[in-house]
Design a protein around this ligand. Structure first.
Ligand code: GLU
Length: 408
C-alpha cells in the first residue's frame, strides 16, 4: 500500500525514477531479538524492529507498537507513513516506526517491563533525542514510555526525557498528548463537515475503534453536537440511530472491557459498522479495513482515517468514483505527533507549556494544514483524491530537502 501510494505521488509530481527507488526503502532497518524471563521461570524470545525511513527533514520520529501480528514489512510501511505525516504537518522530523511481535495482553506487568527495557537497551545507540524519538502506537502507552525513558537514562547515565514523547506528566509529558490524536481527528471531521456538509451539528458519525484515538474523537465530536450512532472495539460494536452516550460508553469499556456491553442500542459487527448509512465514518482501529470488496457498499459521505492505513489503494479508487471524500491518515491522525513535537520542544528547552496553550497550538497547526490542503485540491488537483494531494505536498517537501542536502 505504502509503495503504491508513493508511486502515485512521484508520478503526479513528475519526479525522477531515482527518487521513487530511494524513498521506497528505509534508510536504516534494525532488528533485535529480545529474551526475557517469564513468571513461570521459562525464557521467551521476541523479535522487534525499528525502521528509520527518512531523515531529510530532521531526526526520525514515530511510535512503537506491540502486536502479535507485527511484521517487518508493516513496520517499514508505517515508518514511511510517518515521514509523510511529519512532512505534511511541517514538523522538523523524519519518519520512523518500531514494533515488537508480541501479544502484550498475555504478559504480566513485570514481563512487559522487562521486554520494554530490553528493547530500548538493544536500540540504545540508534535512538536519541536528536537521532530518533519514540512514542506510543497500538497497545503501548505512557507507562511503556516511562520504562523506555528510564532504561535509556540509566544506560547512558543522563536523564533523557526527550527520547520519547507522550510520557507521564511527572516525566516531562503533556497531559494533552493523550487526547491529541482523537482531538485532531475530531477537528478534521469538523473542518470537512463545515466545508462539505454544511456543518457538524446533528451529522451522524460511526467510529470503528474505541482505543485512545476513537474514544477521544467520539468525546469531542459529541461535545460539538455531532450524533455518534455507532462505535466498536475488537469484540464488536453498538448502534443506536438516536445517538449514543459516549461518556457512558467510556465507563462501560473501562469496567466491562468492551463497548458491546452497553445496554442501549443494538449490537453490530465491525463490518456492519463500516457500511452504515452515516454522514461521517471514522475508522480508528487497524489497517486495511476498507478494501475493494466492501468499498462499493460504503454509504458515508466523508471518511476520516483515525487509524494508519485503514483504506487500501484499491478502495481509494472506488471511493473517489463514488465521490466519497477520504481524509487521509497522514492529515487526520497527525494531532498526536504534532502534540509530540510540542512536548519534545519543551523537554529540550527545559521549560513548561501550559496545557491550554498546547491545545491551541495544535488546533492552529491542524486547521492551517487542512485548509491549505483543501485549497490546493480545489485549485490544482480536482481530479485526484485528497490522499494523493497530501502526498504531493509531503513528498515534495522531503524531496526538496534531499536535493538541498545533495542526496539526489
Ligand atoms: N504512533 C503515532 C502515529 O502513528 C504517534 C507518533 C508520534 O507521536 O511520534 O502517528
Amino acid at each position: 500500500m505504502a509503495v503504491q501510494q508513493l508511486r502515485k505521488a512521484v508520478d503526479t509530481l513528475g519526479l525522477e525514477e531515482e527518487v521513487f527507488h530511494i524513498l521506497r526503502h528505509p534508510e536504516r532497518l534494525i532488528q533485535v531479538r529480545i529474551n526475557i524471563r517469564l513468571r513461570d521461570g521459562r525464557r521467551a524470545t521476541f523479535l522487534g524492529w525499528r525502521s528509520q525511513h527518512n531523515s531529510a527533514l530532521g531526526p526520525y520520529k514515530g511510535g512503537v507498537r506491540y502486536h502479535p501480528n507485527v511484521t517487518v514489512g508493516e513496520v517499514v510501511a508505517l515508518s514511511m507513513w510517518m515521514t509523510w505525516k511529519n512532512a505534511l504537518a511541517g514538523l522538523p522530523y523524519g519518519g520512523a516506526k518500531g514494533g515488537i511481535r508480541v501479544n502484550p495482553r498475555v504478559l504480566s506487568r513485570e514481563e512487559l517491563e522487562e521486554l520494554s527495557r530490553k528493547y530500548i537497551v538493544a536500540l540504545m545507540n540508534d535512538i536519541g533525542e536528536e537521532r530518533d524519538i519514540l512514542a506510543p502506537d497500538v497497545y503501548t502507552d505512557q507507562q511503556v514510555m516511562a520504562w523506555f525513558v528510564d532504561a535509556y537514562s540509566l544506560a547512558k547515565g543522563i536523564p533523557a526525557w526527550g527520547i520519547t514523547t507522550s510520557k507521564p506528566s511527572e516525566l516531562g509529558g503533556l497531559r494533552a498528548r493523550v487526547v491529541s490524536t482523537g482531538y485532531g481527528v475530531a477537528l478534521c471531521c469538523r473542518i470537512f463537515a463545515d466545508r462539505f456538509l454544511g456543518g457538524l451539528e446533528d451529522r451522524t458519525v460511526a467510529i470503528q475503534g474505541f482505543g485512545n484515538v476513537g474514544r477521544h474523537a467520539a468525546l469531542y465530536l459529541s461535545k460539538w453536537g455531532a450524533k455518534i450512532v455507532a462505535v466498536s472495539d475488537s469484540r464488536g460494536g453498538v448502534y443506536d440511530e438516536k445517538g449514543l452516550n459516549i461518556e457512558d460508553l467510556v465507563k462501560v469499556k473501562e469496567t466491562r472491557g468492551s463497548v458491546i456491553h452497553y445496554d442501549k442500542g443494538r449490537v453490530i459487527t465491525n463490518e456492519e459498522l463500516l457500511l452504515l448509512d452515516v454522514d461521517i465514518l471514522v475508522p480508528a482501529a487497524i489497517e486495511n479495513v476498507i478494501n475493494e470488496s466492501n468499498a462499493p457498499k460504503v454509504k458515508a459521505k466523508i471518511i476520516v482515517e483515525g487509524a494508519n492505513g485503514p483504506v487500501t489503494p484499491g478502495a481509494d479508487d472506488v471511493l473517489r468514483r463514488k465521490e466519497v471524500i477520504v481524509v487521509p491518515d497522514i492529515l487526520a491522525n497527525s494531532g498526536g505527533v504534532i502534540m509530540s513535537w510540542i512536548e519534545w520542544c519543551s523537554n529540550r528547552m527545559g521549560c513548561w507549556v501550559e496545557e491550554e496553550e498546547a491545545m491551541k497550538r495544535l488546533e492552529r497547526r491542524m486547521t492551517n494544514v487542512a485548509k491549505q490542503l483543501i485549497d490546493l485540491w480545489e485549485r490544482r488537483y480536482g481530479d485526484k483524491d485528497l490522499r494523493t494531494v497530501a502526498y504531493v505536498v509531503a513528498v515534495d517537501r522531503v524531496v526538496r530537502a534531499m536535493k538541498l542536502r545533495g542526496w539526489i
